[in-house]
Design a protein around this ligand. Structure first.
Ligand code: TNX
Length: 515
């Protein structure tokens, strides 16, 4: 009985303590540093915004901010912002950016916010930082009996990792442009900065090629992005500080390419593909020993590379089991002649050639962890994905990559298609890394939530991505020590409702949060 009493006491101490552990602000991702003061800046339609040194992107973002503030408060904030080089003290809200940000890995995304009862001041090195400040401010709005206000405070904020991504698979199920755009808005709202576009797989080639129109004619069900639509998406993302990195999966997961060009396959006699099968690993794959394959890839990837200004180009490389490679006598003879001792070395032979093609186009190669072979130089980025489902320790390849000197991005534990609880993503066991060497830690660029689309449609995809991706965004932005699950769920529910303002159509309220 005494034990039971002790337990009740311990529990009540725990609960009152955890109520105190509530974060200072209901913002997700939680900023690095928040100091609350006890005042309020009252929101009225007099709020005038002066933006010092705005470029086109920040001017547009400032307009969006004011419109979102309308939606949030039901007030109307006339578009009063001006672009000046001197701060106008008559304007209660002042935003200044130092210079136009470059949409590159590692750009300065920091910002600070100072809110007093009279003024709101935002300072950022780049427009990207200023846009993050807008996202924070939208989440800071509170209300009381007298109306809406910002609590007075100072915030200093910057991301923990420079690569905070969401991969969207549009091959298994195609997603129209408007679905992509509203998810880019959701990403910006939680300060994510990379959209990894999985544009080809067994089930479809989803982008127009002017050089090889057969790819969409035969390698898709007719649903794909035109090049004009791709440019529109890339520009839309750039305006929100989001890089778009394409992925074209080779040599496996590539039967959509082979539907159009069976001659490049590991069994050219197979010309029929079962693209209605959503999931799985399929043969044939590309045949690395076919020398006609490389001029084809050079033309195709050259055309694709030109559509995506980002420095990184993802070549997939995952789940190639090479059944046909092993079974084919000609391929085996080629391997012997080139002293390639197994399928891994043959795939590396292929990847080295692909990397040379990308290099010609000014691109850095990224691939799923299977590309990590001695022949591949450490300029390539290793995308770590396998874990317990693949009978491997979580993060095994991430640690191996940095120890070999490769930069790396983590997706293991961030598979939002698997319907884990938000906390399982949030408490990712790999991210609080046990690495000791600073040069190894520095090679961890960040992570990506992965939205594989075997089981989603344009209608259901938002609910698969949101709100759980906000918990992953926090893992990648906020300090390692930010890991209170109860507080995370509390804020996740708030952010979930706010994501509606940017146009997302996910299920809201507690039902939308998988616990
Ligand atoms: C494995 S993750 C795959 C994808 C699937 C996913 C389903 C990876 C590099 N390959 O092709 O869609 O599992 O969870």
């Amino acid at each position: 009985r005494f034990g039971k009493l002790l337990m009740v006491m311990a529990m009540s101490i725990f609960y009152s303590w955890s109520a105190i552990a509530q974060s200072a602000v209901d913002v997700m991702p939680l900023p690095q540093e928040v100091k609350l003061n006890n005042g309020k800046y009252r929101l009225t339609s007099d709020l005038k915004l002066s933006v010092n040194g705005a470029n086109e992107h920040l001017a547009a973002a400032s307009g969006r901010f004011l419109r979102a503030l309308d939606a949030r408060t039901g007030l109307w904030f006339p578009q009063h912002f001006i672009e000046t080089n001197t701060t106008d003290a008559a304007f209660p809200m002042q935003v200044s950016m130092g210079r136009a940000g470059k949409l590159e890995l590692g750009e300065d995304e920091s910002y600070s916010i100072t809110i007093t009862p009279e003024q709101i001041q935002v300072k950022a090195a780049t427009d990207f930082g200023a846009m993050h400040a807008y996202a924070t401010l939208l989440q800071l709005v509170e209300s009381d009996g007298e109306g809406y206000y910002f609590p007075t405070m100072t915030i200093e904020d910057a991301p923990r990792f420079p690569w905070r991504g969401l991969m969207i698979d549009v091959a298994r199920h195609f997603l129209p442009v408007d679905v992509i755009k509203r998810n880019l808005d959701g990403m910006a709202f939680v300060k994510m900065n990379v959209m990894h576009f999985h544009l080809s797989d067994n089930q479809g080639w989803r982008i127009e090629s002017k050089k090889f129109p057969e790819l969409t004619e035969k390698g898709s069900d007719g649903e794909f992005y035109t090049q004009a639509e791709i440019k529109d998406i890339v520009a839309y993302a750039a305006a929100r500080g989001i890089r778009v990195m394409p992925e074209f999966d080779v040599p496996g997961h590539a039967t959509a390419i082979l539907a159009a060009f069976p001659e490049f396959g590991s069994d050219p006699s197979i010309t029929e593909y079962q693209r209605e099968v959503n999931a799985g690993i399929f043969d044939p794959t590309l045949d690395p020993t076919n020398e006609d394959l490389y001029p084809f890839l050079e033309e195709l990837f050259g055309e694709m590379a030109a559509l995506f200004p980002d420095a990184y180009f993802h070549i997939g490389g995952d789940e190639n089991e090479g059944h046909h490679w092993t079974a084919n006598a000609d391929i085996q003879a080629f391997m012997k002649e080139h002293e390639l001792k197994d399928n891994h070395e043959l795939q590396a032979y292929f990847n080295v050639k692909v990397q040379a093609i990308l290099e010609k186009n000014g691109k850095k190669m990224m691939g799923w962890e299977e590309i990590m072979e001695p022949a591949i130089p450490t300029t390539a980025v290793i995308h770590s994905w396998r874990g317990e489902n693949e009978q491997m320790a979580p993060g095994e390849s991430l640690v191996e990559a940095v120890q070999k000197g490769y930069p790396t991005v983590l997706s293991n534990g961030f598979y939002i298609d698997l319907l884990w609880k938000a906390e399982d993503h949030y408490l990712n066991r790999v991210m609080p890394l046990q690495l000791t060497k600073q040069e190894e830690k520095d090679l961890i660029l960040g992570g990506e939530a992965t939205m594989w689309s075997e089981l989603v449609t344009p209608v259901t995809v938002d609910s698969r991505i949101w709100p759980r991706t906000a918990a992953i965004a926090e893992r990648l932005w906020s300090a390692t020590e930010v890991r209170d699950v109860r507080d995370m769920y509390r804020r996740l529910e708030i952010v979930s409702n706010q994501l509606e303002i940017v146009g997302l159509q996910h299920v809201k309220g507690r039902e939308g949060i998988v616990r």
